[in-house]
Design a protein around this ligand. Structure first.
Ligand code: ZN
Length: 609
C-alpha cells in the first residue's frame, strides 16, 4: 500500500470552483477529471482540531472526544483546552494525549506499514508507544506551555499589547540597546518567574542592526525575518531549555522595536515528547529543517496586535509553506510504502486575516496550492509512484465573520443564565442555582443538569423541553442585518453518533449562519454587555459556524466518484482501504480531565479565542 494525503486546511469549495471555472486551477482540475472531486461533508462543529481528528479517525467527537476548543469539567465548570489537556502527577503538571481513538496512521502501522503524519492537529504530545512517525500540528505549545505568545521589545515604555509579551528595550549607549527574553517559568531565589536571557541590539543605520543573544550573532535588515535560531535558557545549575525562534527588526526611527516569534520547542532538545520517534525528528531536522514547531506558527496575533505588518506576516507564511514543502518532498522521495500525510495550514491563517479585505492575496494562495499539487504529482511520476493513492482534502471551507455573538449574554437576557457579578459576567461569576444553560467554546451550549453539573438545577424530565425551547429561540434570533444569526442547532444525538465520549459533549451544537460567529469571549465563557457586536478585527473571516455552510473538498485519483455523499467518515476507507473499528475505546475516567485555572494564558496565541 502506498497512500499520500495533502491536507489543505480551510480550502473552500466555492472559491475553488470559481477559480477553476476561470481556468486558474489547472492541476486540481485535472486531478478532479481523473476520478473525482467532491465537496466533503465535514463534522459538527467545523473547527480545525475537531475536523482533522474526525478525518483521521473516521469518527465524530462522540468517539474521539474532541468537541470544541474549550471543554469544561462538569463538576466545577472550570474550562480546559481540549487539544492540550493536562493532568497533575507526582512530577507536576503533564500534557496528556487529547484522544486515544485509532487513526489512519495507527491502523496502517498495525497493518505493518510505515506511517508518517506531518502537522496533523491534536497529535501533541507524541504517543511514544505507537509505531508512527509524527511532527505534530495545531495544539503544539511553545516552551512555556502556551499556544504561542510572542515577545515585542520596544524602546517606547508607553506601548502595551493584550496577548503579546512586551519587553523593555533600554538604550545603553547611542544606538546600542539591551533587553531580556523571558523563557520558561522556573523557581529562582526571588520566587517563581521566567528564566531570562539577555540580548543586545546594535543599530548600524536606519535599516540594519546586529542582534546578539547567547552565542548567536545575527545581522538583521529592517522588515525582514531572521533565519530560525536557537536560544538556551538556564533553569538551574544543570537544567537548560533550548528553544527556537525568529526575530524581525520592525522600527528604527523615533522608537526602536524588534519582535520575536513565540519561543518554540526545539525538536531535538525537548523536555516534552514533541514528535516521534527521535530518529525521525533528527533525520527531518538535519535533511529538510530547521522548522518552526509551534502548532500555530503563522503569527496571526502579532499581526492582529500591530507588532508586524501584512507583508511581514505573509513573508512568514511563505517561508513556513516552503519549509513544509521541503519536508514533505524529503519524505516522499524516501517513501517505499505506507502512508504519508501532511497538513498545510497557511491558507487558513491567510483567509482569517485577508478574505474580507484582500481577496487577491487569498486567490494567490489558491494558485500556489494548485501549483504544489502539480509538483507533488510530477514527483510521484518520477519516483514511479503514479499508481499510489493520492488524496487532497480540506477540513472545512470559509466565510466572512462580520458579527460577533456573545451567546452567554443572550442566555442571560433570556433568563437561562444568572450572573452574580454583571460587570465581570462570566462562568466564574454565576448563580448556578438560578441557571439552566451556559455556553463555552465556540459552538457549544451545556444545560445545567442535576447530578452531572456540580450545582445542576434541571431534573431529567426538564431536559428535553429546555433543549427544544432554547433551540427554537436561537433559530428565530435575527441580527442587525435582519438575517438569521444561527442556521442550525443540533441536539447531541443529531450531531454525533453514539460513542464513549458522548456524555461529555455539549447538549447543543450551535451552527452560526455565514457572517456570524461566537465571540472569543463566548469561547472563554464570558459575557460582554451586548449580545451582538460588529467585528472590526483584522481577523475578518472564519469557519466555526454551521457545518453545512462550510463543506470541505476532496480530490482523489480514484474511488471518489463511487461514493454518493462523501464525508469525513469515508476517509479511512479512501486512505487505507479500511474502516476503523473503534469498539475498543473505553469511557473516559472522571479523573483524566482536569480544569485549567490558567486557560486564558494557555490559549493566548490561538487566534480564535
Ligand atoms: Zn481548519
Amino acid at each position: 500500500m502506498r497512500s499520500l494525503l495533502v491536507g489543505f486546511d480551510s480550502f473552500d469549495p466555492g472559491i475553488y470552483e470559481t477559480l477553476a471555472e476561470k481556468g486558474q486551477m489547472p492541476n486540481l482540475t485535472s486531478l478532479a477529471g481523473k476520478s473525482g472531486y467532491s465537496r466533503l461533508k465535514v463534522c459538527a462543529p467545523p473547527q480545525t482540531e475537531v475536523s482533522w481528528t474526525s478525518i483521521a479517525t473516521g469518527a465524530d467527537p462522540g468517539t474521539h472526544g474532541i468537541f470544541d476548543f474549550v471543554h469544561r469539567d462538569p463538576s466545577t465548570y472550570i474550562p480546559y483546552v481540549s487539544i492540550l489537556p493536562t493532568k497533575i502527577s507526582a512530577v507536576g503538571e503533564q500534557f496528556i494525549p487529547p484522544y486515544t481513538a485509532k487513526t489512519i496512521f495507527s491502523e496502517a502501522a498495525d497493518m505493518g506499514y510505515p506511517a508518517i503524519a506531518l502537522w496533523w492537529p491534536a497529535l501533541f504530545p507524541a504517543r511514544l508507544e505507537l509505531p508512527i512517525s509524527t511532527i505534530p500540528g495545531l495544539g503544539t505549545p511553545d516552551v512555556r506551555g502556551q499556544l504561542g505568545v510572542g515577545s515585542y521589545a520596544t524602546s517606547d515604555p508607553s506601548e502595551t499589547k493584550d496577548k503579546t509579551r512586551v519587553l523593555v528595550l533600554r538604550e545603553s549607549s547611542k544606538g546600542k540597546f539591551v533587553g531580556a527574553l523571558e523563557g520558561p517559568i522556573t523557581k529562582t531565589r526571588d520566587g517563581i518567574q521566567p528564566a531570562k536571557l539577555d540580548f543586545t541590539l546594535d543599530l548600524i543605520d536606519d535599516a540594519r542592526a546586529t542582534l546578539r543573544v547567547g552565542t548567536v550573532e545575527l545581522p538583521l535588515s529592517i522588515g525582514k525575518w531572521s533565519p530560525i535560531f536557537e536560544v538556551k535558557f538556564k533553569l538551574g545549575l544543570f537544567v537548560n531549555v533550548t528553544a527556537i525562534t525568529q526575530a524581525i527588526l520592525t522600527q528604527t526611527r523615533g522608537k526602536v522595536s524588534i519582535y520575536f516569534l513565540p519561543l518554540q520547542i526545539h525538536p531535538l532538545h525537548s523536555a516534552w515528547p514533541y514528535g516521534a520517534p527521535k530518529s525521525f525528528l533528527k533525520e527531518t531536522w538535519s535533511n529538510a529543517g530547521p522548522f518552526l514547531t509551534l502548532g500555530w506558527p503563522q503569527d496571526t496575533t502579532a499581526l492582529e496586535e500591530g507588532c508586524i505588518t501584512d507583508d511581514q506576516f505573509l513573508d512568514l507564511c511563505n517561508s513556513i509553506f516552503e519549509t513544509r514543502k521541503k519536508i514533505y518532498y524529503y519524505h516522499l522521495s524516501h517513501m517505499k510504502e505506507g502512508v504519508l500525510a501532511g497538513i498545510f495550514d497557511c491558507l487558513d491563517r491567510v483567509q482569517h486575516m485577508f478574505l474580507r479585505d484582500r481577496e487577491d492575496v487569498v486567490h494567490d494562495w489558491y494558485h500556489k496550492l494548485d501549483g504544489f499539487v502539480g509538483d507533488v504529482q510530477s514527483k510521484m511520476v518520477s519516483l514511479g509512484m503514479d499508481k499510489a493513492r493520492f488524496i487532497v482534502a480540506s477540513d472545512h471551507g470559509f466565510k466572512l465573520f462580520k458579527h460577533k455573538v456573545h451567546l452567554n449574554r443572550w442566555l442571560a437576557e433570556n433568563n437561562y443564565l444568572n450572573f452574580s457579578d454583571n460587570d465581570n459576567a462570566g462562568l466564574a461569576n454565576v448563580n448556578w442555582d438560578k441557571s439552566s444553560a451556559y455556553a463555552l467554546g465556540l459552538n457549544s451550549i451545556y444545560l445545567n443538569v442535576k447530578g452531572r453539573e456540580g450545582k445542576g438545577t434541571l431534573n431529567p424530565d426538564q431536559i428535553e423541553p429546555m433543549l427544544a425551547e432554547i433551540k427554537a429561540k436561537l433559530l428565530a434570533l435575527r441580527g442587525p442585518d435582519g438575517n438569521n444569526v444561527i442556521s442550525s442547532v443540533l441536539l447531541k444525538h443529531e450531531a454525533f453518533n453514539s460513542g464513549p465520549y458522548l456524555r461529555l459533549g455539549p447538549d447543543l451544537v450551535i451552527g452560526y449562519a455565514p457572517d456570524y460567529r461566537a465571540s472569543a469571549e463566548t469561547g472563554l465563557g464570558k459575557a460582554p454587555a451586548l449580545t451582538i457586536e460588529e467585528n472590526h478585527d483584522h481577523w475578518g473571516a472564519d469557519h466555526c459556524i454551521d457545518p453545512d455552510a462550510v463543506p470541505g473538498v476532496l480530490f482523489a485519483n480514484r474511488d471518489v466518484a463511487n461514493i454518493p455523499e462523501v464525508s469525513f467518515r469515508d476517509m479511512p476507507l479512501l486512505m487505507i482501504n479500511k474502516n476503523l473499528d473503534q469498539s475498543h475505546l473505553k469511557p473516559p475516567s472522571e479523573q483524566t480531565r482536569q480544569g485549567q485555572g490558567n486557560i486564558e494564558e494557555r490559549l493566548k496565541g490561538l487566534g480564535y479565542l
